[in-house]
Design a protein around this ligand. Structure first.
Ligand SMILES: NC(=O)c1ccc[n+]([C@@H]2O[C@H](COP(=O)([O-])OP(=O)(O)OC[C@H]3O[C@@H](n4cnc5c(N)ncnc54)[C@H](O)[C@@H]3O)[C@@H](O)[C@H]2O)c1
Length: 342
């Protein structure tokens, strides 16, 4: 592999992928494309940029002419750029259509125009919709229930279409909830940790009974390396976490490690307009390639809490309006499209 393009690389998951690719493929030239949205930090890429292997292009993947020229000579595209937060998709869906669907199509088009060798698309378990007891197989029907998941499912349809119509070699990964350092504190685990560290109360969606499987970002990077080296083109792979917890159990775990009771740390808030109960996946295909998840949320929490304690300044204003996420200052107030207050 000579040239790799990683999209969304200044965000959470793909900045770890950039680090991982630098160490796994030391001869590869890596282009990272990111529009530098609210969840991005250039600091996330400090080590990767310092290696001399990585070049950061600050641009939108929706810019087709630019993507066409960037993908010249690229063997592998790892497509992670997306609007990624479900709550935001209920508040304002249009950016999700633009980045997650139109952006994916622009990248696919640029990939076929340049005969890219493999297009790895990062999708999510949320495309299945939720189910209590059913374990989803990668050939189960997609039935997304929130706008983020619907945009990711739509993107997958285009990946499938480009694979069939234009013979573009593709692989789709559908991962459980990924956690680890650098995740923007709007998602469950980092938000809880930051609320605990800052003495704020976390608002639980509903009664906290929804269950999620948690996949450490280090394990996910291992899965991606396995897929690009051993995965079968044209296939979809579920990527499971090593552990499953209800939201309330995660509150208890974070409370235990930060010295706060559940009552001190969290209170019941409004539920989402719809909240999937659980996403259990069968991952036999990926496990057969020799990968398995190793890190549990419980084991990783102490280190993760230390990381957020040291890096709160990346996400929060220092003094006066400390209750406000730095990236959200000045953002227009919007409402759920369903009319529910946020
Ligand atoms: N975090 C998870 O739990 C999880 C689970 C399964 C799948 N995924 C998928 O993994 C990918 C990465 O997720 P993440 O958690 O790192 O999200 P993130 O929000 O931390 O990072 C996404 C990055 O994409 C960039 N981006 C968005 N639109 C763009 C555009 N039009 N052009 C260029 N850059 C753009 C953003 O600026 C940001 O840096 C997403 O595709 C997401 O759907 C995430």
């Amino acid at each position: 592999m000579q040239r790799v393009c990683i999209t969304g690389g200044a965000g959470f998951v793909a900045s770890h992928l950039a680090d991982s690719f630098c160490s796994q493929f030391p001869l590869a030239e890596i282009i990272v494309v990111d529009k530098i949205g609210y969840a991005s930090r250039r600091d996330h890429l400090a080590a990767a940029l310092g290696s001399g292997q990585v070049r950061l292009i600050e641009a939108s993947i929706c810019d087709l002419p630019l993507m066409r020229s960037l993908l010249k000579g690229v063997d592998l595209v790892v497509h992670a750029a997306a609007e990624s937060h479900v709550d935001n998709s209920y508040r304002n869906v249009l950016p999700f259509l633009e980045s997650n669907i139109a952006g994916t199509v622009a990248l696919l088009q640029a990939a076929i125009d340049n005969n890219v060798g493999l297009f790895l698309h990062l999708s999510t378990d949320e495309v299945y919709g939720g189910a209590d007891d059913h374990l989803f197989l990668d050939n189960d029907a997609l039935a997304p229930t929130n706008p983020y998941a619907a945009s990711k499912a739509s993107a997958e349809m285009f990946v499938h279409c480009y694979s069939k119509s234009y013979m573009l070699p593709t692989i789709i990964s559908r991962a459980n909830n990924i956690f680890g350092p650098r995740q923007y504190p709007e998602k469950l685990v980092p938000k809880l940790i930051c609320d605990a560290l800052r003495g704020e109360k976390f608002k639980i969606h509903g009664n906290g009974s929804a269950r999620r499987s948690f996949l450490h970002v280090r394990d996910f990077c291992g899965a991606v390396v396995t897929l690009v080296t051993k995965g079968e083109h044209g296939q979809v792979y579920n990527v499971p976490g090593a552990c499953e917890h209800s939201v309330m159990e995660v509150v208890e775990l974070v409370g235990r490690h930060t010295g706060r009771s559940c009552e001190q740390l969290a209170e019941r808030g409004l539920d989402r307009p719809f909240n999937d109960s659980r996403y259990g996946v069968v991952a036999d295909k990926l496990l057969a390639l020799g990968w398995h998840p190793e890190s549990t949320l419980e084991a990783e929490l102490p280190g993760l809490i230390d990381w957020y304690a040291e890096n709160l300044h990346l996400y929060f204003d220092a003094v006066s309006d400390g209750a406000v996420l730095a990236a959200e200052r000045g953002r227009p107030t919007t409402k759920y499209v369903t009319g529910l207050p946020r």
